[in-house]
Write a new protein. Structure first.
Length: 250
């Protein structure tokens, strides 16, 4: 398992936090190093409740739960960390380790080529990186438009016109990517099974036909909900209904 994240860069993530939050983070690190993993979970959980969008907190919560052999919780927080930094190799490695320790091993249906391409584009930069790129390109676009109208010589006006066109195209693209990433971060259509054993039904009713059985720690897609029931889809394409209390949303 890849180690806990501890560096000066981590504390920069807490710029919006209070001094108490920084102290609590360091306390969680200390508990983890002393192998007091339950206390580490409590410390990092308090920070997560204050701000759920800090990668280091989600990642270290995953590590702490992994040490406690609580694989569903470890997978839940590794998945939340992965949403914030999709290309982080530490969280990918640890998530694979945790998934190898659950009962269900389900082969995924291969993605279509355009889905793979789009996901690879989304992961070129971090969510913050795409936002920064959008801002920089917007500034270049505005500067190019101003320069185009200020310049007197035709060749410079043409130059800044084309700079503005290129900046606009890339700005529009980066804005679309940023919006897509933002939508993914706030979506609630993925979850992790926390019940020991769950029988998926053919419809949202206890009296309906049993379709398949899944176990704690498995990640599922949530495609619909009716009352206390949710429709789930597995990575192999199977679909069924289970109680929403059996799943925690990523």
């Amino acid at each position: 398992m890849k180690k806990l994240l501890i560096s000066i860069l981590l504390l920069m993530s807490f710029c919006a936090f209070s001094q108490n939050s920084e102290d609590l983070f360091l306390k969680g690190v200390e508990f983890y190093q002393q192998e007091q993993y339950s206390d580490a979970v409590n410390a990092f959980q308090q920070l997560y409740d204050e701000n759920p969008n800090v990668f280091e907190v989600c990642y270290n919560l995953g590590n702490s739960y992994y040490k406690l052999k609580d694989m569903p919780s470890a997978i839940l927080y590794y998945e939340r960390a992965k949403r914030l930094e999709p290309n982080n190799q530490d969280v990918i490695y640890n998530l694979n380790l945790a998934n190898n320790r659950i009962i269900d091993k389900i082969e995924s249906v291969p993605e279509m080529f355009y889905d793979r391409w789009w996901h690879s584009v989304l992961h070129i930069l971090t969510p913050d990186g795409w936002c920064i790129a959008s801002i920089v390109l917007f500034v270049i676009l505005c500067a190019g438009l101003v320069a185009m109208f200020v310049m007197r010589q035709l060749k410079f006006r043409k130059l800044f016109f084309w700079i503005s066109v290129v900046a606009f195209v890339f700005f529009a693209f980066s804005f679309i990517v940023s919006f897509s990433i933002k939508r993914d971060l706030v979506r609630d259509n993925e979850g992790v099974v926390f019940a020991s054993t769950v029988t998926a039904k053919s419809s949202p009713s206890d009296n309906s036909v049993d379709l398949f059985v899944i176990h704690r720690g498995l990640k599922v897609d949530i495609t619909d909900n009716v009352g206390e029931w949710i429709e789930i889809r597995l990575s192999n394409g199977k679909i069924g209904w289970i109680h929403n209390a059996d799943v925690k949303i990523i």
